[in-house]
Design a protein around this ligand. Sequence first.
Ligand SMILES: [Zn+2]
Length: 568
Amino acid sequence: MAYVVKKLINGKPYYYLKASKRVDGKVVSKNIAYFGKKKPTKRDVEDKLKQIKNVVPKKEADVEHITKDVVPKDNKLYKGLPDSKSMVEISDMAVFCKKKGFVYPDSEIYGGMAGFFDYGPLGVELKNNIKNDWWKRFVQSRADVVGIDGAIISHPKVWEASGHVENFNDVYVKCKNCKKPNKIDKTEVGKVKCPECDGEYEVIGDINLMFKTNVGPVEGNVAYLRPETAQLIFTNFKAVAETSRVKLPFGIAQIGKAFRNEISPRDFLFRCREFEQMEIEFFIHPEQTECGLLKKKDNNFEFQLLTGKDQEEGKEEHATIKLGDMLDKKMLGEWHAYWIKENYQWFLDLGIDKKDLRLREHMKDELAHYSSACFDIEYKYSFGWKEVHGNANRGQFDLTKHQETSKKSMELFDEESKQKVIPRVIEPSQGVDRAFLTVLFNAYYDDKERGNVVLKLAPKLAPIKVGIFPLVNKLNKEAKEIFDLLKEDFVCQFDTSGSVGRRYARADEIGIPYCITFDFDSLKDKAVTIRDRDTTKQIRVKIDELKEVLGKLLNSEIKSEAAGKLIK
Ligand SMILES: [Zn+2]
């Protein structure tokens, strides 16, 4: 039978026709047509099926039995694939985060504020570790990227030049039937219906997604909380170029908060009203197409890729493709490919499972007005493949706009070509909160054998690196000395309450990679037991060597089996 499904891509609905059939007793469904943004009527579906039957042999499409439920009431929303590794639902993840002190709903004692969250004691550590890792890799370890930290409120002209005052609008609508509010694109007015009940929409008005505020004591001095960090990089572009002696090509990076007045924030940290971004704007001579940083071996770098063309044809399956082949097919330029590869690799280096990461090329009708090509890195959450990183070719759009609006030159003198140029821009950009969520979903294992959750975070990301336990309270003083010995070098936790087994379980749940137990033998052999979170294997290590061994273990230089005497 055939039926229509809606798939949300960046919050916008796209409609596909699916057909399912029985193969060897299993129901297999596949996309057979793509309708675009407009929800198809029953008539559209019938026409499409006629078309398909003319080109596809009947057996293949197997769409004979159209039930009367051809156009469902949109309750068949696209959901995550059932073989997803982390089957924990997003709502359960929110509960876990609250229970363990990673993330709390904001101002919960007053009933909370939708779309706002507060990071707790463990959350702030994990979030900082993610940001620091990114900053170290993309700013501090590179000679060609420098950082800034711009203001949240800027001159309102910034947002006029960027197009946000005029274009960052959605149409605010309300369902005439079930009264649920929603936001839709201008082009969708009169075309789309309520996804909940199929009701007609009543247009309430345009809504700009920027948060407005008033600066100073006089009313009317309107300013905006920044809806993205990127514009601060463009407005500071000349100042940075002149004061930091960087030469083209170079990048400016920023990590910081941004705000969007979403009508319907959802999916926990995934779509919030206040969020944090990590972005680079990388400036290149407009005529330079060759990327000197791309090595020959990078041509063999493999992505899982879902192409724009495939999506237009209704396919959902990605395929493996080499970077070199993407270049050969002219899907993108060398510099763009280089930055996508660098960021894809960053996720892999955080321990994100290769099979749960893919690249999705934007379809033509999805591209932002400033962008000539855009690829998202997506992660397979339990609620579907979702964007965790966007990588756009912004061309010369932003600098040109700021030059026009400010009447200040945005040209740079390029010494190599002896030309004054407005550079073109590649923009690798991502949300910190989404990276945080990706890391958590990827690390979350419900270990049935142990009877507790094990958070298999990469050691460099773990909020607490070492747990230190006395076997019994009688040994508290000696165990505390171990804590004092290590606390300068590692983030440690001293835990004396409950059985050691209970303490291991608590440590597993918050992702502590190594736990040390001081026991009665320790008094004699001056050694302690180190237990590995992932394998539960235990080794005996001399207290004298503890700092060195832990350092190597946490840097993943050695495996724990090789770091001391294995305890059977
Ligand atoms: Zn409705």
